[in-house]
Design a protein around this ligand. Sequence first.
Ligand SMILES: C[S@@+](CC[C@H](N)C(=O)[O-])C[C@H]1O[C@@H](n2cnc3c(N)ncnc32)[C@H](O)[C@@H]1O
Length: 259
Amino acid sequence: MKSVHNAVQEQFSQHADYYAQSRAHARGDTLNVILDFAEPKGTERALDVATGTGFTAFALAPKVGHVVATDLTAAMVSKAAELAAEQAIENVTFSVAAAESLPFATAALDLVTCRLAPHHFQDVPKFLREVHRVLRTDGLFCLADSVSPESEKLIAWQNRVEKLRDNSHVYGYPPSEWDAMITDAGFLIEQTSHVRNAQMSFLWWVRPEQNPPELVQEIRDAFAQLPPEDAKQHYTVRLSGDDFYFSWPMYAVKARRVC
Ligand SMILES: C[S@@+](CC[C@H](N)C(=O)[O-])C[C@H]1O[C@@H](n2cnc3c(N)ncnc32)[C@H](O)[C@@H]1O
C-alpha cells in the first residue's frame, strides 16, 4: 500500500498547478453526470474523495449542505483550499486522507462522490467498503472514472499506456468489473452512464517537457499500433498535424447503500 500511495503523492505533488488549470478536469460530462446522479437537495452532508484541486467539490458545494473534500496528496488539498478561498466557497472543508481509510464515523454521510481518481487507488474494493461504511442507509455513492473497454487486449493496452505516462496509474477496470465490485460492496446500482470528457491533445497529455523523448515516442507508437477501428471507436483518435486528439472511455455509476 505504501509504495502506491508514495507514487501518487510524488506524482500529484508536482502537478497541483497543472491540475488546477486543466480544462479536462474543470468541466466535462463526468462532472455533469455526477451532479445529475447526486440528486442534491441542498442539505446533504457530502464527501468528495480524491478531490484533487477540488473541481467536483466546488461544483457540488452550492447544491448541498456541506462538502468535505479529501485527498491523499497534501499539495492538492492545499491548492484546493487556496482556490476555495479565492472563490469565497464557504461550505467546503478539506482533509488529507486515503480513499482506503476514510476519517469519518460509520453512517455519518448522505452522499459520497469520486471522480477521475480510482484508477490510481491501490485497493478499490477496500475504498468501496469504506464508502459503504461512511454512508447512511439509503445514502448515495456517485462515481465517474476512466475505464477500459470490455476487451482483454484493450484492457492490457490501455493500462500499459497509462502506466508508461504516469507511474501512479494503477488500473482502469472495465465497466462490468466496476458493477461487480460495487454490488459486492453492498450497493444497489440505480443508474449507469457511458460518458466522455472532451478530447485531449496527445502532446498536452503526454507532457513532453517532463517525459523523456523515447518514452513519448513509445506511447505515440502504442497509439499508432492500435487497430484503426479500436482507435476510432474506443479512443476517438483524430489526427491533427504532428499531434492527435483522443479521449479515454469513462463510466459513471449511481449506487445506493441499501443495507
Ligand atoms: C485526477 S486527480 C482528481 C480529480 C478530481 N477528483 C476532480 O474531479 O477534478 C486524482 C487525485 O486522486 C488522488 N489520489 C490518488 N490515489 C488516492 C488515494 N488512494 N486516496 C485518496 N486520494 C488519492 C491524487 O492525489 C489526485 O489528487
